[in-house]
Design a protein around this ligand. Structure first.
Ligand code: GLA
Length: 383
């Protein structure tokens, strides 16, 4: 195997084979706040999507993955349509990104792309955002030009809206594009201002997969968005971001259910993100952990996006010494939970939680400890 070196997209178009990698993300706190113009605090993880790329001399793209049979063929000289990949096909995500670059007027050369991943699909760890951002990095490398990271995140989000039919917020793509190793990313989803927040070495981040399949495309996510928009309209606000937590109880009383409960979650969650960030800066891990737990029960009871299995993980995690906090992470309806734990005991906590969850549910959950990783990268052959 020839040695490889990591490079960002180079200012000259790539003609030799190369590999792009983009990380998944776990959200520490700030769930279902991004599409309400609120605050989120995700971090990129050290599990990723990898695309091995072989440039071609024509304008044809051939997309394949080791997870599903078949190859998608796209003619890059023609506008790519959302119907190009067939209903529910995984290649809608990369195809949407390619279409986004076409709309910017980029002439994308032909290529073969083989996708693989160490990220579980449908686990709520943004495998789709990782695939989109890896594809965008592939196009930058092929074309020898780059977008600004935020522009790239917006292009990937638009691909998910129009090609995958998921009306997602901007958190996942921004977390993946803009991540810095060792840091979480505080994002103000209204202004899109970002701040890197150091995660100290005494803390470990544990991710445990409930094993319950998560799908955002089935309409429940879109319905939550609509309920939040209806709540904001009912209060005469542009978005729920405009309601301060201190005024919430009195103002929300006028709303019907479920809008009142949805809005209560969003307003209280925005406040928790800011308090969590302050607690980290003060090295006050118990307070940070408590805010994660409050976030979980707010998502479970007010937002109704948890499930019995995720609730079990949280309850069982909190009994274990060295666990500061635990909550579901991502869109919900299954997927993963995230725990903030004492680094010295992290591995032991992971296996105890795995065993306790297995006894309760019969599910042998996949779990791992992760570092806060950096954003996308490109590897080219050194020879
Ligand atoms: C999914 C979406 C994000 C965000 C989360 C919930 O991951 O892609 O935009 O809304 O759900 O916080």
């Amino acid at each position: 195997m020839p040695e490889t070196v990591a490079l960002m997209p180079q200012p000259t178009p790539a003609t030799a084979p190369f590999t792009v990698l983009a990380p998944g993300r776990v959200n520490l706190i700030g769930e279902h706040t991004d599409y309400n113009d609120g605050f989120v605090l995700p971090m990129a993880i050290d599990r990723e999507v990898t695309i091995r790329v072989r440039p071609r001399r024509d304008r044809i793209a051939l997309l394949s993955t080791d997870r599903e049979p078949g190859t998608t063929t796209l003619d890059l000289a023609q506008p790519i349509s959302p119907l190009a990949c067939g209903p529910g096909n995984w290649s809608a995500y990369p195809a949407g990104v390619l279409a986004g670059f076409q709309q910017l007027g980029w002439e994308i050369p032909g290529f073969e792309a083989a996708v693989s991943a160490t990220l579980p699909a449908g686990g709520g760890l943004s495998s789709s955002a990782a695939l989109e951002v890896a594809t965008a990095t592939l196009v930058e490398t092929l074309c020898g030009r780059s977008l600004e990271p935020l522009e790239k995140a917006l292009l990937c989000q638009a691909a998910e809206h129009t090609f995958a039919g998921v009306p997602c917020g901007i958190m996942d793509q921004t977390a993946v594009c803009c991540a810095r190793a060792g840091h979480a990313l505080l994002i103000d989803c209204r202004s899109l201002e970002r701040r890197h927040v150091l995660l100290p070495a005494e803390l470990s981040v544990l991710v445990i997969n409930s094993g319950v399949k998560h799908s955002l495309a089935d309409g429940a996510y879109a319905r939550r968005r609509e309920e939040c928009a209806a709540a904001a309209a009912g209060l005469g606000l542009a978005s729920l971001r405009d309601l301060p937590a201190a005024d919430a109880t009195a103002r929300l009383a006028s709303l019907p259910l479920p809008e009142r409960a949805r809005a209560h979650h969003v307003v209280s969650e925005n406040d928790r993100v800011l308090r969590f960030t302050e607690a980290l800066a003060k090295r006050d891990w118990p307070t940070a952990g408590r805010l994660m737990v409050e976030s979980h029960w707010s998502l479970s009871r007010d937002y109704e996006v948890s499930c019995p299995e995720l609730d079990q993980i949280v309850e069982r995690a909190l009994i274990l010494p060295g666990v500061y906090g635990c909550r579901m992470t991502g869109g919900g309806f299954g997927g993963c939970a995230v725990a903030l734990v004492d680094a010295a005991r992290a591995a032991e906590i992971g296996s105890l939680l795995h065993e306790s969850y297995r006894q309760a549910t019969g599910i042998a959950a996949d779990w791992f400890l992760t570092r806060a990783a950096a954003g996308p990268r490109v590897m080219v052959s050194a020879s």
